[in-house]
Ligand binder design. Sequence first.
Ligand code: COA
Length: 379
Amino acid sequence: MADEVEVIRGLRGVYFDTTSASFVDGEQGRLIYRGYNIHDLAENSSAEETFYLLMYGQLPTTAQLEEFDKKLKGSREIPEEVISVIRLVQNAHPMDVLRTAISALAGTDPSSDISDMSVEGSREKGIRLTAQAPTIVAYHHRIRQGLDPVVPNSNLGHAANFLYMLTGTEPTANESGLMDTDFVLHAEHGANASAFAARVAAGTQADVHAAITSAIATLKGPSHGGAAEEVMKMAIEIGEESAAEKYVSDVLGSGGRIMGFGHRVYKAEDPRARHLRARCQKLGEERGDPKWFRILSRVAEAMEPYKARGIHVNVDFWAGSIYHLLGLPEDIFVSIFALGRIPGWTLQVTEQLSNNILIRPLLKYEGPEDVEYVPIHQR
Ligand code: COA
C-alpha cells in the first residue's frame, strides 16, 4: 500500500460531480436554488412553486403550477396495504415508519421499479412521493394515538393539507404559511449526506423509491436531520432563559456539542436560519409563549464566541421550536425535514441519472497482510 495515497476523511471538501440544482456558498452564507436566492424564495415563493422550480429547473407559469398542484393533490392518497404497514410498525420512530412506508410504496407504485429509469419517469415517481409522504407522516401520527387518519383535503395546499391531516382542523393562514416556508427552506441543499446517499443508490441504477429510502435512512442521524429534535429537547432541558449560559458552558466544557450549531459547508451564517428565527419569535409572541425563543436566543448569545471558529446557528436551531409552537411532537421534526427534502432528493436522483456514473470511492487499507490461515480446529 503506497503511503503517499491521500485520504480525505468524510470526503470533506471533495467535489465528485457538477450540478445545476443548488449552490451552497459556505464562505458567504448564500444558498441558491436553480439560480434563485433562498431569501427571495423564502419571502415570495410557495412550497409547490419551489418544488416545481427544483424538479423542472425553472419557475412555472400559472398554467404549469396549476397542473403541478393538481398532480400533487391527485397523488396524496396512500394504498390500504401501506396503511397496514404503518399500523404494523406504529410504535417505531416516525422516521423508521416513513422509511418503511416509502419502501412499501415501491411495491404498489405503478412503475416504482427499474422498468422506468428515464429522467421523466423518475421525476414523476418523485412527485408522487412528495405528495404521499405527508400522508404517511400524518396517518402514522394519528394511528399511534389511536385516532382515525384524516384523509387529504384537496381544497388545501401542500403545507396546509399536511397540518390538517395531522390535527383534523384546518390551520390558520399563518400556521400553513409557516409550514410552507419551512418546506421551501428545506427543499434542497446540494450534496449533503442524505442527497449523497440518494445519488449513490441512483448511481447503481437503483430506482427512485430505493434512492429516497436510502436518503431517509441517512437523514435520521442527529448530525444531519435529527438536530431539530435535539434542539427542542435541549430547550426543554434548559427550562428557563437564565439557565441557558450555564447549560452551554457545561456542555462545551465536557467536550459536547450544542445542537443546531455548526455545518460542514457553512462557515458563515446559514442563510435559512434567519427566516425561521424571525418566524419563531413572531409565533411565540402570537401564542403567548415567547419562552422558547428567549431560551434559544440566550443559547445563541452564549455561542457568539464560536462564530470566530466558523460555528454559526444552522437551519435546525429555530425549526424545532416552530414545530413545537405548532403543537407537533419532537419525534416528528426530522420527518418534517424529510417531507421538505423529497423534491431535492428527486432532483439529485434525476440529475445523477441524466449523466450517470457509479459512485465508488476507495478505502486505504491499513490492516495486516499475509496472515496465515489457520483451520478452525487448530485455533
Ligand atoms: N457545538 C460545539 N462545537 C462544535 C459544533 C457544535 N455544534 N459543531 C462543530 N464543533 C466543533 C467541533 O467540536 C470541532 O472542534 P475541534 O476542531 O476542536 O475538534 C470543530 O468544530 C469541527 O467539527 P467537525 O465535527 O469536524 O465539523 P464537521 O464539519 O464534520 O461537522 C456537524 C458538522 C454539523 C456534524 C457539526 O457541526 C455538528 O455536530 N453540529 C451539531 C449537530 C447539528 O446541528 N446538525 C445539523 C446540521 S444542519
